[in-house]
Design a protein around this ligand. Structure first.
Ligand code: FAD
Ligand code: UDP
Length: 746
């Protein structure tokens, strides 16, 4: 809510409070100073029947909302709020389902009917965990799971806590603690037996007792009920425990829960002992510090083990922190906000992003940019923001971002439409430039190759050699000597075969490169320029990262979100699903920037430049993970595809299912790869000469300059192109750019 409140007013409508009979229904309204969230608390006189209560709440709500033009979004945590708010007209309704409420004790009988109504009315359904997602996913076309995130900084305070609250300081250690609502979901007997099994331990229970009788709580000298505490205080209590507990009963009311306290406890640096809650097992049971045990004996034994772990070294925190690093409220917010935006727009996200137009019309532009990929979008952004130029960007595809386009597939997994795009760069300037339009998540790419029935690292490194040949090479020197004994000297390295043979010899060349390259390019490595396989280093150490660049990062909300931000400028219009040839005569623009294939621009007058294409086969698999790393390569010539990509490794998304892409190389299809061969370069040079002699047109990008460039290189090329345009403008006496990135690599 606090994150959304930065974007728009957020009103949080609470459950009504009871006021004395006879007084008027009223509203308490306060604005949270820290977040700006407006909290509204109705109070209703006791004794009203249900119909009267709903009517009173409806009147209060209408009255309150009169001050706003129109609420754009209704957001429900419970269907029970529907009866007095269903009439409010909105552009988007969200059902944010946090629990299977109908399974709770004293659940109102109309809850199921109301939930049905809410599901029918909702544009979006979010669930507070995967089990709940599975329970709801067939009941609505737009359901998305959002397991709990964690405020790591807040709960992390527990790791170095020396303050002890008075009511806990007097409780002797070791302490086994729980915080949360104490209700029918708690296994009270389990708690009693744990306390009995270890009278020398203390069990600390923090939280309100709800819906169950205080008298039913087990009472022992070593069980301490400390009552409700504020969110701010939780780390202080957690910091004083040795082990954190989740002693839930396993029944209908806990079947779908996804306890937020699991990551909180872990962020606080405490081992966790839980009963067999499905979502805890699903997401956390792989951690050394998470113990799952059902039944009093097993639970007690697990507590003993957890306590022993807590007494020892902190090594187990490393994997805990790695897991927590992927769960953040910022990411959750970004994804939710994106989905809400899409729902508001009725389709793909446009609410903040490029100004999409539907025809070139009669408007006058300074620049027409063909292609909304990196080359076109960077130039459009620079020209609009730095020269105040009016720019029309067109793309024949129905989306921006060119080959880097990513989107959520039907299953809700973020995928790359045109194969895996991993960002890596050495230039700070290029990263700084793009950082204006995105936050980043660290990601180091690792690839395995299936060779002789094993998955081994590629680029070839010491581990690859040891695994493949059953060796025990211990040092860089040993690995280097081994490779040298296999390498075949090549006098002048010209081809992609020369590169590999001279580094690792024929056997490894055939195993890793020959088949893959023949498939990928339709050519033998001996027929390809050395630059192709030179992209892949050979290592004598055990570094198994695919890239060695200084920056290895991915846009936190994906590439398309980054492009949307880049093109979000009042001077930029974007026209999609439009081929340049179809509108070039209508568009009134002073200058053309062309990022499509250069041979196509000139009507193929010297013949076609060869490109290699790919066919992508996207699939969703009904399991959480498929392969150990993002990309597995298949160099074997008998396998028809070159590689399989599993996106969640790249994006950090958590989802119960996983989406993958097979890549089948092909001679036909979209032009993805310029083919680096001397004769192709010669042909390109002819087109380039023509391009140089064509006034008012700038050719930029992978297709227009016919080079096997990565994304960062294209950004560098586009920034350099802008600098040249800027310099020309300066020479003509016009104002120069407000800020120019000076050192971007070309
Ligand atoms: P593009 O992204 O191709 O954009 C050109 C745009 O122009 C396209 O959207 C096209 O539709 C449009 N267009 C063309 N002709 C016309 C026309 N006549 N009318 C209207 N529009 C037109 N790089 C990396 O750094 N890391 C990676 O991991 C990586 N992986 C890759 C994987 C694959 C499978 C591929 C194919 C490329 C990969 N790349 C990677 C390279 C990266 O895609 C390119 O460097 C980058 O997309 C080039 O940007 P661009 O703007 O030059 O071209
Ligand atoms: N390559 C190979 N085997 C592999 C990986 C790469 O033969 O397991 C060769 C192949 O010719 C490929 C080239 O090295 O086209 C460059 O690989 P890279 O992963 O850089 O290609 P990308 O798909 O990123 O363009």
């Amino acid at each position: 809510m606090s994150r959304f409140a930065k974007e728009r007013p957020v009103v949080y409508w609470e459950e009504p409070e009871a006021a004395v009979a006879g007084c008027e229904p009223a509203l308490g309204v306060r604005t949270c100073a820290e977040t700006g969230v407006i909290v509204v608390t109705p109070s209703l006189p006791e004794g009203m029947d249900e119909a009267a209560r709903d009517a009173a709440l409806k009147a209060l709500l209408d009255d309150f909302l009169a001050q706003y033009e129109q609420p754009a979004i209704r957001w429900y945590y419970t269907p029970m709020m529907l009866p007095f708010s269903r009439h409010i007209e909105t552009d988007c309704t969200v059902y944010d389902c946090m629990d299977e409420l109908a399974n709770f004790r004293f659940a109102p009988s109309q809850l199921l009917d109301l939930e049905r109504e809410l599901l029918a009315a909702a544009d979006l359904v979010f669930t507070g965990g995967y089990s709940l997602y599975e329970a709801k996913k067939d009941r609505h076309p737009n359901v998305h799971p959002f397991p709990s995130s964690v405020d790591r900084a807040h709960f992390g305070q527990a790791r170095a806590m020396d303050a002890a609250p008075d009511d806990q300081a007097c409780i002797r250690r070791p302490r086994f603690g729980f915080y949360g609502v104490i209700d029918e979901r708690m296994d009270l007997e389990l708690i009693a037996k744990l306390a009995d099994a270890h009278p020398e331990w203390s069990v600390v229970m923090v939280g309100p007792v709800v819906k169950i009788d205080q008298a039913d709580l087990p009472q022992r000298a070593n069980i301490h009920y400390l009552g409700s505490k504020k969110y701010e205080e939780l780390p202080v209590y957690l910091g004083g425990w040795d082990v954190a507990l989740m002693p839930f009963a396993i029944n209908e009311s806990t079947k779908f829960i996804s306890p937020t306290k699991t990551p909180e406890y872990l962020a606080g640096g405490r081992p966790v002992v839980s009963t067999g809650i499905t979502d805890v097992i699903r997401h956390y049971a792989d951690l050394e510090a998470v113990f799952i045990a059902d039944g009093a004996d097993a639970f007690t034994e697990a507590c003993e083990k957890a306590f022993a772990l807590a007494q020892g070294s902190d090594d187990w925190l490393t994997e805990v922190d790695a897991k927590l690093a992927n769960i953040s409220w910022d990411t959750t917010y970004a994804r939710m906000a994106g989905l809400v935006r899409d729902a508001l727009a009725g389709s793909q996200s446009t609410a903040t992003g490029p100004r999409l137009i539907t025809s070139a019309g009669k408007k006058k532009y300074d620049y027409l940019v063909v292609g909304a990929g990196f080359a076109g979008s960077v130039l459009a952004e620079r020209l609009a923001s730095q020269h105040d130029a009016r720019v029309l960007v067109i793309d024949k595809r129905p989306h921006v971002a060119g080959n880097a386009y990513d989107h959520y597939d039907k299953a809700g997994v973020l995928i790359h439409q045109y194969g895996p795009h991993i960002f890596h760069a050495n230039s700070d300037e290029i990263v700084d430039y793009l950082s204006q339009f995105t936050r980043w998540r660290p990601y180091e790419h690792r690839v395995l190759a299936e060779v002789r029935g094993q998955l081994v690292p590629i680029p070839i490194n010491r581990t690859t050699l040891n695994k493949l040949f059953g060796l025990n090479l211990q040092t860089d020197e040993e690995a280097a000597a081994y490779l040298a004994s296999r390498a075949e000297p090549v006098e002048t390295i010209r081809t992609s075969e020369d590169v590999v043979i001279s580094a690792v010899g024929r056997e490894l060349y055939e195993l890793f490169f020959q088949g893959y390259t023949r498939k990928q390019w339709g050519l033998d490595p001996s027929e390809l320029d050395k630059q192709v396989t030179s992209r892949i280093p050979t290592r004598t150490n055990t570094d198994d990262r695919y890239f060695g660049d200084k920056h290895q990062i991915m846009p936190a909300d994906g590439y398309t979100a980054m492009f949307n931000a880049m093109l979000d400028h009042p001077n930029i219009d974007v026209l999609l699903s439009t081929d340049y040839k179809d509108v070039v005569d209508e568009v009134d623009a002073g200058h053309l920037i062309f990022t499509g294939p250069i041979d196509e621009y000139f009507g193929f007058r010297f013949g076609k430049l060869p490109y290699r294409s790919l066919r992508f086969e996207h699939q969703t698999v009904q399991q959480e993970w498929l392969q150990p790393v993002a990309v597995v390569n298949y160099p074997n010539p008998d396998v028809p595809y070159t590689r399989i990509t599993e996106y969640k490794h790249l994006t950090g998304q958590t989802h119960p299912n996983t989406s993958i892409t097979y890549e089948y190389p092909s001679a036909e299809g979209d032009p993805y790869y310029p083919i680096p061969r001397p004769e192709n370069q010669e042909l390109f040079k002819k087109y380039e000469a023509l391009a140089d002699a064509t006034p008012n047109v700038t050719f930029v990008g992978r297709l227009a300059t016919y080079r096997y460039y990565n994304m960062d290189q294209i950004v560098g090329q586009a920034l350099a192109t802008f600098r040249r345009i800027d310099a020309k403008r300066k020479a003509s006496g016009k104002p120069v750019a407000k800020a120019v990135w000076t050192e971007a690599a070309e």
